[in-house]
Design a binder for this molecule. Structure first.
Ligand code: NAD
Ligand code: UDP
Ligand code: UDP
Length: 315
């Protein structure tokens, strides 16, 4: 883990990708950040641009990429429903063609490649909490399918390249993650509620707010991803990474109102189609294989995230 590696981070200008770049540069690795800046921004890596071990390249992963690397974090893909439904065909292409190109690159360079998969592969689950052996319940033709099925197909490709070409693969199923550098307008629940609370605008709860999610702070997640990348070769995943403490969306709203001291009101809006009713990771496998457990409480993580959005709004 302490050897200097050449590491490619696709989607490196995004929320998660930019935190991965920070940590890898910090550990002394050479990092190439590749991003088409669709939902991410160069501002997230601005502080790294002058660093001798960091490089940024504007590139769309649906096109081939020939560079040298020892490790690849394949993070490129819009992640929030508003963003991935904006151009659903491009979303599927990013997941599928992007995976094929990055797997082709890993095959040529013999790099270890990690895929940012998602809890959405479980769809609207009948098994709770979700374990890796559960195959999921996904609507293949609904508005979320471009993302969910794209990510499922990417997992298929990863395992076929592993079986057929003996690639070293790592598949992380990431559950809802939040923290600084989330996009303020991407419609995700944590960023929406914080921005609404800070602006004293109504907090928009979709449905009655009884649906649940489990929220992982970004630093915990990045630690888990880097441990997975550097795990023993036989650890391929899929492996759940997320915080197993479960909250209803109504509880989340209440906490954000309490911490911000906002004078806002809660309003109810219709529940989007195919919105999963409950989600919570079973992280026994990550605990066993990676010795990883998230530590940040929701209260502490929200305080840091709220401080970030306060600065962003005041700028
Ligand atoms: P994000 O939108 O902030 O980051 C994605 C990055 O990928 C952006 O910088 C975007 O510009 C870039 N990108 C999109 N399409 C691209 C393309 N064709 N070529 C090159 N770059 C492209 O989202 P995020 O929350 O940081 O998510 C990162 C990854 O983690 C995604 O693959 C997402 O599916 C996965 N994930 C995230 C979460 C979460 O809660 N944040 C949960 C599960 C999975
Ligand atoms: N590829 C790439 N960079 C590389 C090697 C391959 O982008 O360094 C792309 C290449 O364009 C190809 C894809 O990855 O379409 C899959 O590569 P693979 O070798 O698996 O397939 P093949 O080239 O045999 O179709
Ligand atoms: N949600 C909400 N109000 C908002 C945004 C989202 O009530 O302003 C709900 C949404 O319907 C879902 C949950 O919060 O039940 C999490 O939504 P998000 O888009 O953040 O993540 P995902 O559904 O992909 O887990």
């Amino acid at each position: 883990m302490h050897l200097k590696n050449r590491i490619l981070v696709t989607g490196g200008c995004g929320f998660l990708g930019s935190h991965i770049c920070d940590e890898l540069v910090n550990q002394g690795h050479e990092v190439l950040c590749v991003d088409n800046c669709f939902t991410g921004t160069k501002r997230h890596v601005r502080h790294l641009l002058e660093h001798p071990n960091f490089e940024f390249m504007r590139h769309d992963v649906t096109f081939p990429l020939y560079i040298e690397a020892d490790q690849i974090y394949n993070m490129a893909c819009p992640a929030s429903p508003i963003h991935y439904q904006y151009d659903p065909v491009q979303t599927t292409k990013t997941s599928v063609h992007g995976a094929i190109n990055m797997l082709g690159l890993a095959k040529r360079t013999r790099a270890t490649i990690l895929q940012a998969s998602t809890s959405e592969v479980y769809g609207d689950p009948e098994i709770h909490p979700q374990v890796e052996s559960y195959w999921g319940r996904v609507n293949p033709i609904g508005p979320r399918a471009c993302y969910d099925e794209g990510k499922r197909c990417a997992e298929t490709l990863f395992f076929d390249y592993h079986r057929q070409h003996h690639l070293k693969i790592k598949v992380a199923r990431i559950f809802n993650t939040y923290g600084p550098r989330m996009h303020p307008n991407d419609g995700r629940v944590v960023s929406n509620f914080i921005v609404q609370a800070l602006k004293n605008q109504p907090i928009t709860i979709y449905g009655d707010g009884s649906q649940t999610r489990s929220f992982c702070y970004v630093d915990d997640l990045v630690e888990g991803l880097i441990l997975l990348m550097n795990s023993k070769e036989e650890v391929t995943g899929p492996i759940n990474l997320g915080n197993p403490t479960e909250f209803t969306i109504l509880e989340l709203a209440q906490r954000i109102i309490d911490i911000t001291g906002s004078r806002t009101q809660i309003v109810n809006k219709p529940l989007p189609q195919d919105d999963p009713k409950q989600r919570k990771p079973d992280i026994n496998l990550a605990q066993k294989e990676l010795n990883w457990t998230p530590h940040m409480s929701l209260a502490e993580g929200l305080k840091k995230t709220i401080a970030y959005f306060e600065r962003l709004i005041s700028e």
